[in-house]
Design a binder for this molecule. Sequence first.
Ligand SMILES: Cc1cc2nc3c(=O)[nH]c(=O)nc-3n(C[C@H](O)[C@H](O)[C@H](O)COP(=O)(O)OP(=O)(O)OC[C@H]3O[C@@H](n4cnc5c(N)ncnc54)[C@H](O)[C@@H]3O)c2cc1C
Length: 565
Amino acid sequence: MKRMIRRSVVGALAGGAASAALIATAGHAGLSLLLGAAIGAAFALSTGPTPGAFLDNMMTAGALGVPLWGVVSVIIAPLLSGQMPEWSAAQMREHFPVLVGWVLFGVTLGVLVQLLNDVAARLFGPEPAPEHATPEPKKRILILGGGFAGMTTAECLEKELRKDPSVSITLVSETNALLFTPMLAEVAGSSLEPSHISTPLRTTLHRTEFLRGRVISVDLENKRVTLEAGAGGNESCRSELAYDHLVFALGAVSNYLGLTNVQKLAFDFKSLIDAIRIRNHVIEMFERADRESNPEARKPLLTFVIAGGGFAGVELAGSLNDFARGILADYPNLRREDVRVVLVHARDRILPELSESLGRYAQSRMEARGVEFRLNTRLTDARPGVVVLGDGEVNAETLVWTAGTAPNPLTKSLALEKDKRGAVIVDATLAVPGHAGVWALGDCAAVVDAKSGKPCPPTAQFALREAKVLAKNIRASLQGNPARGFHFDSLGALCVVGHQTACAELAVPFARSKSMRFSGLLAWLMWRGIYLGKLPGLERKIRVLVDWTVELFFPKDIVQTIDLR
Ligand SMILES: Cc1cc2nc3c(=O)[nH]c(=O)nc-3n(C[C@H](O)[C@H](O)[C@H](O)COP(=O)(O)OP(=O)(O)OC[C@H]3O[C@@H](n4cnc5c(N)ncnc54)[C@H](O)[C@@H]3O)c2cc1C
């Protein structure tokens, strides 16, 4: 609490002083001062003091000025004065001095926050340490996986156990950041910078010890986990961790349904590196096609096949279609009709998770933008340059697989009960039956809703809620109290289909069996607003907002970040 008060005061003072730049360009002295102080307090609260971070602070807060200008001066201020926001060139010219004011405000704020933090450290000593730092943990909680389920479990455990210094929390994950998968298609489609949708686990978690490494085996009998920290199966990089409570949050992997050639030739679409590879590969195909004079040889280079008409496949198809058509201007030898984005789906309509009318709407909007659909069609095989379908072949150098997932195979070898997909069966409290202190959640677990008795879908929305209940149940178990069952009603689903168009089906509050449907630009704005709100960390939100703002004014970036030759 003392840390928060100290940071708020520092931030409000810095923001108040920096608001001079706003008063000079936007006027409204009292309002600018108040707004500046509030933004300053929020900024200082979210960043915290880091010695010598003048440049970092200055750049982060300076960048913050751009979205703040867009939201406050261009959108909210006209609305409050009864006018509609305008984006015309004349209006933008008029707004430009205020933009300079906002950026100056940000830069000054960054410098002042750092300066005042340093002064406060000299006068009052360093910030009080978090109240939970303690020696001698007695119980060890080990979380495997740093995705939505694992990271949220750790975050909630930190809160649940803040007054209990006798427990240690450790999280092990292959990657050192939480990947915000709902925005992955935008990375593949070159709208967002890859690292902007990944939140570092080390900075998000405070009390939890984070270890980057791959779990290679779990000894349930002796309560030990073996971890590999390096690459290439090097035994010297292995270490063992003991636990009292073990949480499986290892997520899912692509399931190629036994199609080995497809597995060899297709791109996965699950991780950040998958999205980066896809983006770079698309650019590579354009570069090769640009040099190719034979129109027949050019066709497969510019044909992009996506297998799977669920959320991931549809969002990727929409995003790649926008990307491919958007960069055509940089390749004068290529024509619009040369580009094909083909979505293959085994059922008669896409997005089975949404109501039929929204699924059909999504398809019609995507078709209007040039996406081809092969519905009721199975992908049966692949050869280099050829995708084999149940009813023919498509010549394509690019195939992305989103048509199936399976729970993480690591649990296969363990003597735990699993469902037919291979997910670890848990009881209503997320505990693994017959193994005291072992828990599972998220995409690697078969969770059944305690109230409805229905299986919970493998989505981030459910993984986050399961994590909250699990943290409470682990605390209850440590304290010898009864655990509670997991119940959650879905809030609905949103899907972007490309070019500022989305579909949304949201549950009606207090009447979750009913839903409200939205489509088009409004749904797209809702998608952006909701997911920006859910993206963890203020800094990441700002970075994504800046990417989106830049995207409005500039063409898609075609710089290759990986050499694929
Ligand atoms: C493209 C895409 C878009 C999506 N969009 C949405 C959406 O809009 N809304 C929604 O609700 N859901 C969405 N989902 C689903 C959502 O991402 C998953 O349901 C969610 O990530 C599940 O969380 P999890 O923690 O169980 O698994 P994950 O988030 O996959 O996390 C698993 C973690 O375990 C780590 N791991 C795996 N194996 C090992 C190992 N051997 N050793 C150490 N660490 C390991 C991984 O590195 C990862 O950090 C989307 C999924 C994809 C692929």
